[in-house]
Design a binder for this molecule. Structure first.
Ligand code: ADP
Length: 306
């Protein structure tokens, strides 16, 4: 194989109660990337469409991950990378994670599939260091494994795949404002009360049980975040209005995607997810804030060959 084209999905990290520990991948929203083997042993990013991103291979996560994998595997080829971005960096939908995991997946295919999903997640996490300074796993693991994932532990890295109910659909509102990850982190409390912690981990248990048993009501009851959302929501215009409108429209639950500004909602079928999208539009159309909305099933396969 000399060339491969892949789809690298957008991902929703945190998933309300699963702050810093859970994530899921979207089926239809994501980037496309083309990787072509070259015989120079160098990694070159020749095209980036859809976003203003660095072409330097030590600044672009795709370059970082590709170079690392070629070095670790002692590959006898180089790579030409083309990146087609379909959603914006800084949206809270894992833009850098999509490129990092798309690269890890594609390079592994070109190497003849020598690495496991866990190893690919570790490579992609090195890309996240280049993007945001820390080796965060929730977005990249969701993009590589597909479906819902739990980062059960970092030392050692332990990723758990959670089954995804077939009909579950996500609706996303992306307000085009900038929230610095640093600011989003700063507002999350360093310490929480024990009763808050108990409620949070009880909801994580409820969410995971609901996903296993297709219990949509339990999923909805468990989509509660007492740790990040109460403080982070102030950074997102009209957050409470949007959340309430999605629930009235029939969503199971809603919350902040990653560190924001995107808001996600989950619904038990496509019809409801579209009503939820209409409710988001009603809230935002006169807000003066530019925005996009998306409706997508949860991706069961994550990053895939096109
Ligand atoms: P979000 O998860 O909110 O979409 P990210 O965590 O993906 O945001 O952060 C985007 C940051 O990563 C930007 O500063 C961007 O310059 C950097 N970055 C480097 N390479 C890439 C890439 N290939 N795709 C997207 N962002 C990249």
């Amino acid at each position: 194989m000399n060339q491969i084209k892949v789809f690298a999905p957008a991902t929703v990290a945190n998933v309300s109660c699963g702050y810093d520990a859970m994530g899921f991948a979207l089926e239809t929203l994501g980037d496309e990337m083309i990787f072509t083997k070259t015989d120079t042993k160098a990694v070159v990013i020749s095209k980036i469409e859809g976003a203003d991103l660095p072409f330097e291979t030590d600044k672009n996560v795709a370059g970082v991950v590709a170079k690392l994998m070629l070095k670790e595997s002692n590959a006898n080829f180089g790579l030409n990378i083309q990146i087609f971005k379909n959603f914006k960096p800084g949206s809270g939908l894992g833009s850098s994670a999509a490129s990092a995991s798309g690269t890890a997946f594609a390079v592994n295919q070109l190497l003849g599939n020598m690495y496991s999903n866990l190893e690919l997640t570790k490579f992609a996490m090195q890309g996240e260091i280049a993007a945001c300074g820390s080796a965060i796993a929730d977005n990249v693991a969701a993009a590589i494994y597909g479906g819902f994932i739990l980062v059960r532990s970092y030392e050692p890295l332990d990723i758990v795949s959670i089954p995804t109910p077939t009909n579950l659909v996500a609706t996303i509102l992306h307000p085009q404002i900038e929230i610095k990850t640093e600011d989003a982190r700063k507002v999350v409390p360093k310490q929480i009360a024990i009763n808050t912690a108990v409620a949070q981990w009880a909801n994580v248990g409820g969410l995971i049980s609901g996903l296993h048993s297709n219990d949509f009501d339990l999923i909805g009851r468990s989509l509660v975040d007492l740790v990040a959302e109460p403080n982070r929501k102030q950074l997102i215009p009209l957050f409470d209005d949007v959340k309430n409108a999605t629930l009235t429209a029939g969503a199971l639950g809603a919350g902040i995607s990653g560190s924001g500004p995107s808001i996600f909602a989950l619904s038990k079928n496509l019809e409801t997810a579209k009503k939820v999208e209409a409710a988001m539009n009603t809230q935002y159309k006169n807000s003066g804030v530019a925005y996009s909305t998306y409706v997508s099933h949860i991706s069961k396969t994550g990053t895939r060959i096109l």
